[in-house]
Design a protein around this ligand. Structure first.
Ligand code: PMV
Length: 330
């Protein structure tokens, strides 16, 4: 019988940032993220009889050699743990629901969807699965660290912390059972400042943390931030949520500026948008806040009940000169 698996998985935005790693893609500090809803990758993986060509990879129905090489390297790297990979050739078809270079982490959704397909196929082939999503998260992590959090909807934690039982550096866990309802459908509107490819990749950014003289302070502070963020995610205290997530975003970019060599991914427009968000919050008392990924685009976070007010604010101030992608955590 034909063996095919199809999964979709969204991207995610980190609130506590993973920046720096060691060993086999293990994080230097635990991280927490919101998984998005609209911005996702849809992937199907079909196992076919083994031929010389191990993998055929189609992105948006076109053959993509560069992605294909990355996926082939990934499959080779995990084949000792998933030996069925050696017995088949693969036809992989993938597409994103968001523009390719919109500054949304496409490797997170891509490797999450791919890992879910692989564990599905493992199950179809009759191999024992202990915990489907933990296993998928484990393999997603080996593809791209932050991808391990995308396996779960809502809020996910990756990395060991005493505060959450079963937390691990090897895979992410869902925090949905302990999250306050205010964070259900929490919005993330992404203002695209620049959609060009970054001049410094995340891989290089992680690597530069190895020699960053401020790394230990950063990791200590991120652990404190994570503990405090967990409390606010449980209680629904938005004042703390905003203080901690904004500090984490700026600390991520500070680390880039303090690396050796240093680099800057923020752009003047990023800072201008951040100032406008803070001004709007102070003026209206609406709990809107920002976070940043490793790039210049601004993620605007706010509770669902303020949708109309924030929509008006964004369209008055930014819609005419920036693309905005509307998403939310479900
Ligand atoms: O998963 P990577 O290697 O692309 O790294 C992601 C790093 C950040 O997006 C900046 C932070 C995070 O935790 O997602």
């Amino acid at each position: 019988m034909k063996k095919i698996a199809k999964w979709e998985s969204p991207s995610n935005i980190a609130l506590i940032k993973y920046w720096g790693k060691h060993g086999g893609q293990l994080p230097n500090n635990p991280s927490i993220s919101f998984t998005l809803t609209n911005s996702k990758t849809i992937t199907s993986v079909e196992l076919v009889s083994k031929t010389d060509k191990n993998i055929e990879f189609l992105f948006n129905n076109d053959i993509s050699e560069s992605f294909s090489t990355r996926i082939e390297n990934f499959l080779n790297s995990i084949s000792s743990e998933l030996p069925f990979i050696n017995d088949y050739s693969f036809i992989i078809k993938s597409k994103n629901t968001f523009p390719h270079s919109a500054g949304i982490a496409s490797s997170a959704s891509a490797f999450s969807a791919l890992a879910l397909c692989l564990i599905d196929l493992k199950q179809q082939l009759g191999f024992k699965i202990t915990d489907f999503f933990s296993e998928a998260s484990y393999f997603a992590r080996l593809g791209s660290g932050s991808a391990c959090r995308s396996v779960y909807g809502g809020v996910a934690l990756w990395g060991e912390t005493d505060l959450i039982e079963n937390s691990s550096n090897k895979f992410a866990v869902s925090l949905n059972d302990i999250i306050h309802p205010i964070f259900k459908n929490y919005h993330d509107d992404i203002i695209i400042v620049n959609s060009e490819k970054k001049h410094i990749s995340s891989s290089l950014g992680h690597k530069l943390m190895d020699t960053n003289p401020y790394r230990n302070i950063k990791y200590k502070q991120s652990k404190i931030n994570l503990n405090e963020l967990l409390l606010s995610l449980k209680s629904g205290n938005l004042t703390d949520f905003i203080r901690i997530t904004e500090s984490e975003a700026l600390s991520l970019h500070s680390m880039m500026m303090l690396s050796n060599p240093s680099f800057i991914l923020l752009q003047p427009k990023t800072l201008q948008i951040i100032s406008e968000i803070i001004r709007f919050r102070n003026h209206t008392k609406i709990p809107i806040s920002f976070t940043l990924d490793a790039g210049p685009n601004v993620h605007v976070l706010y509770p669902h009940k303020f949708t109309d007010e924030v929509k008006e604010f964004l369209s008055d101030n930014f819609n005419h000169n920036c693309q905005i992608i509307n998403d939310f955590t479900s």
